[in-house]
Design a protein. Structure first.
Lengths: 377, 260
């Protein structure tokens, strides 16, 4: 902390408080899987392109993301799997804790990215800069001069192949390649082995101490995924205070490191006041909910009801280094499987109702599919 | 124009006309949907402004220094500079933890350590004569303190009382952020009711009943129990208005009177 403060102080010594700090102006080094945003933010992808867009870039490094589970359906695992798989694809270090006896077995269920060669076109809406750059280059270089640049172009193409996309689409039906799962940088622990949470806390602090954040210079980004913290089977009864103090210290550690922590939690088992404390501690707060299969009223009300597998609600978006709250156009999104394999989020569409029933026809604000939110960039 | 608009909050707090509050306790209550941090930032800027000539002691439990620094910089206030000139004392308590076994003893020790830090900072400020405009202790936020203490209410209340004695001794004022919705379910001993009792001014931030809006971020309720100086009788004042938070300031306006 003291080092951080000293860094800030030296930065102000160089420039007055109103000028843009040089660290922001200079181009940041490219790290696979990390994207920079306003207010000194750095993002890693959530593994779901639509969720990245909704949150204004992805999960912000140095924040805690909390997913409130549906007590009856495992939808939170969809988010968790994509988050972990995206990290492994980018070869980012991963710490995974789960209440099962064999947490490593969960890695076998991670989805694999949709390969671009087979797919007609990857949904690369989040990497338009890359495409645009290439396109621009092609425009600038008239075709007859192309031969002079042949070698350079080839090497660039090669580079592009190596360079990973910020966010992949994942095929939920295909498991991730084995070689990615056997990497050294994956740490799995079972919450059952940590009755006092001390073991988990030690793992987190050793994991995060390897990913320090130094001024403006971001090295590796790490991911911490904790599944069903405070699940009843772990026997963490009467330990609510230990639980919140664990999250608080995790939050403090994550703030000073290049990592994102995603915690899913069955909030329904917590007393109300502690559930609220958890929500206050989370920087980004999401909740998932299953939808009943045979709800005729809902089916009439919403278009595409049959394709939906659940709802995702965005309660809070991280606001680090800024006091302005993020106001989204919509906060509830439907979780759908596109072509039965990749996860997409769409804004809820109200089905058109005929005038005789007196119901509104296409309420403004809900028409059209997922529009870019105002914080998109 | 913006200064006029900001004055709605200052007026409700009794800060209008360049006055500072001396010896007051201000409680800011927020909820998950609407963060009250911007009220703290507004007050921070106000206390550190050249006119107020005060000293600010920030007990930061929720965010690192860089977070506050970036926000206040956008509001036109250089926290690093203020810290160098000893107008701001920043206590980084983000990682505050009581090591070892949690029992009454260690927690008490932890709190007395924190309090002695606060006391030394205040004595230093009083010595250097930087306190013409008063010293303000700001705690962001006290629920973190509660978590660190594992909910030992007695220790926190003791700590608060010590802080409040400082208000009479050195003419400090106290600004505390807490989360109101944590205590909305029935809990036998709630910190919030104690705080509300101790506070002279309660500022509540709530979301609009009609839901999220891009133009209005929420509403503020300011309850000022304070007595008006000179008149001798105490009078509670209740204000309600809406706000919009921007990067460089917050706009305050009465419902329906927002100028676009």
């Amino acid at each position: 902390m003291a080092g951080d403060g000293a860094g800030v102080r030296s930065a102000t010594a160089r420039a007055s408080s109103f000028s843009r700090s040089p660290a922001v102006a200079s181009p940041k080094p490219e790290i696979p899987g990390v994207k920079h945003g306003p207010n000194g933010a750095a993002f890693v992808s959530s593994g779901i392109p639509d969720l990245d867009r909704i949150l204004g870039g992805g999960f912000q490094l140095g924040t805690v993301v909390m997913v409130m589970e549906d007590p009856e359906a495992p939808h939170h695992l969809l988010l968790l799997r994509n988050f972990m798989a995206q990290g492994l694809v980018h070869r980012q270090p991963l710490l995974f804790a789960s209440p099962s006896k064999e947490p490593r077995a969960f890695l076998g269920t991670l989805p694999s990215p949709v390969s671009a060669s087979k797919d007609e076109r990857p949904r690369s809406t989040l990497v338009p800069d890359l495409d645009a750059q290439d396109h621009e280059k092609e425009l600038r270089i008239a075709w007859q001069y192309k031969k002079y640049f042949g070698e350079q172009q080839n090497s660039e193409l090669h580079n592009k192949d190596c360079r990973q996309e910020f966010c992949n689409d994942f095929d939920l039906r295909k498991p991730l390649e084995r070689q990615l799962l056997n990497a050294q940088h994956i740490d799995c622990i079972s919450l059952l082995d940590s009755p006092k949470l001390g073991v988990l806390q030690d793992h987190c602090s050793t994991f995060l101490s390897k990913l320090p954040r130094n001024d403006g210079n971001i090295g590796y980004a790490g991911r911490v995924a904790i599944q069903s913290l405070c699940a009843p089977q772990c026997g963490h009864f009467e330990m609510e205070w230990d639980m919140v103090s664990f999250i608080r210290s995790l939050r403090a550690m994550v703030r000073s490191s290049n990592a994102v922590a995603v915690i899913t939690c069955p909030t329904s088992v917590l007393p109300h006041s502690f559930s609220k404390r958890w929500q206050h501690l989370a920087d980004t707060l999401l909740s998932v909910r299953a939808i009943p299969d045979e709800d005729k009223d809902m089916a009439k009300l919403l278009t595409g009801y049959h394709d939906m597998i659940g709802l995702l609600h965005v309660h809070k978006v991280a606001q680090i280094n800024s006091q302005v709250p993020v106001i989204l156009d919509a906060t509830t999104f439907s979780l759908k499987l596109q072509r039965r394999r990749s996860l997409v989020l769409e804004r809820l569409n109200q089905a058109p109702v005929d005038g005789s029933t007196g119901s509104p026809y296409g309420t403004p604000g809900t028409s059209g599919s997922l529009k870019c939110s105002s914080i998109d960039f | 124009m913006t200064s006029d608009a900001s004055n709605l909050l200052d007026e409700a707090l009794g800060l209008g006309g360049g006055r500072a509050f001396v010896g007051r306790v201000v409680l800011v209550e927020d909820c998950v949907e609407t963060s009250g941090a911007f009220v703290l930032h507004h007050l921070m800027k106000r206390f550190l402004s050249p006119e107020s000539r005060g000293t600010l002691l920030l007990v930061a439990l929720a965010h690192p220094f860089s977070h506050y620094d970036r926000i206040l910089r956008k509001m036109g206030c250089n926290l690093s500079g203020q810290r160098d000139s000893n107008k701001l004392h920043f206590l980084d308590m983000l990682r505050m933890d009581f090591p070892g076994q949690i029992d009454g003893k260690t927690i008490e020790l932890g709190f007395s350590g924190l309090f002695s830090k606060i006391q030394t900072a205040i004595e230093v400020a009083a010595m250097t004569g930087n306190n013409n405009g008063g010293i303000t202790i700001m705690i962001d936020d006290i629920s973190m303190l509660e978590i660190a203490a594992h909910g030992c209410l007695d220790e926190i209340l003791d700590f608060l009382h010590y802080c409040i004695t400082l208000t009479s001794e050195h003419g400090c004022s106290l600004v505390i952020l807490n989360h109101g919705d944590v205590y909305s379910s029935e809990e036998a001993t709630s910190l919030l009711s104690h705080l509300e009792y101790l506070a002279d001014i309660v500022v509540k931030t709530e979301p609009l009943a009609t839901g999220l809006a891009a133009d209005v971020h929420g509403q503020l309720t300011v309850l000022n129990h304070g007595s008006f100086e000179g008149q001798g009788h105490s009078m509670s004042k209740y204000r309600n208005f809406q706000f919009k938070v921007k990067e460089n300031c917050a706009e305050f306006f009465y419902p329906g009177s927002r100028k676009t």
